[in-house]
Ligand binder design. Structure first.
Ligand code: SF4
Length: 210
């Protein structure tokens, strides 16, 4: 279903080595900080956390919420996000010890556990599963839903997209790169107001052909 599209995107973007983080802990932190804000603001918060040695789930779990708020202020909604970071870090370290302790387990168990954490919705859960824990889960975000609707000329449910992508791509790296390429396309061309004229997909995309 998505194989041809993957190839079209790959010719333009290649291997993006998505998600942009140095460690799995940083990936989890990033998935929470990026809610309702731009990545630029997240980067500022991550830099500050790193400089202040509050950069792993262990370190966050033992940090006072007021201090955490200060460190992540640039990412916005810092009252809420500091609470989410604390809960997620504490619950993961208490139950599994660390992120490696969550890998290679029953996928449904881990998915259910992550979905039960405060501040975690579908997209955040999927990002943690795929990018921090290497489970074969596809991330369906707003970029994906908008782009697929335009490209294929029909609305997919997020469940359908996940099923098709997870059936099609057996390699975890393909699932990671597919989502990374869609995010980049959504920022470069398939924006809220799409710039079809300069988009490399304009001859293949139903919306772009009109
Ligand atoms: S051609 Fe237009 S609608 Fe289609 S993917 Fe490109 S920017 Fe989006």
């Amino acid at each position: 279903m998505f194989g041809d599209l993957y190839n079209l995107l790959y010719v333009y973007y290649g291997n993006l080595e998505w998600w942009p983080s140095e460690t799995d802990d940083e990936t989890v932190i990033g998935t929470i900080l990026t809610q309702n804000t731009s990545w630029k603001n997240v980067e500022k918060a991550l830099k500050k956390m790193k400089e202040n040695h509050v950069y792993t789930l262990d370190e966050i779990a033992t940090t006072d919420q007021e201090r955490l708020k200060e460190l992540i202020k640039s990412s916005g909604f810092y009252n809420q996000k500091s609470r989410y970071l604390l809960t997620v870090s504490k619950e993961i370290t208490e139950k599994y010890g660390n992120l490696p302790g969550m890998k290679n387990k029953d996928m449904k168990e881990i998915e259910g556990f992550i979905m039960g954490l405060d501040g975690v919705g579908n997209e955040t859960m999927e990002s943690i599963m795929l990018y921090a824990l290497d489970y074969p889960v596809f991330v369906v975000d707003a970029y994906t839903l908008r782009f697929f609707k335009r490209f294929y000329g029909k609305e997919f449910s997020r469940k359908e997209i996940r099923n098709y992508a997870e059936e099609e791509f057996s390699e975890i790296d393909q699932l990671k790169n597919f989502h990374g390429m869609i995010v980049n396309l959504g920022k470069d061309f398939c924006k809220k107001t799409p710039v079809c004229k300069s988009c490399f997909l304009r001859n293949d995309c139903l919306y772009g052909k009109h």
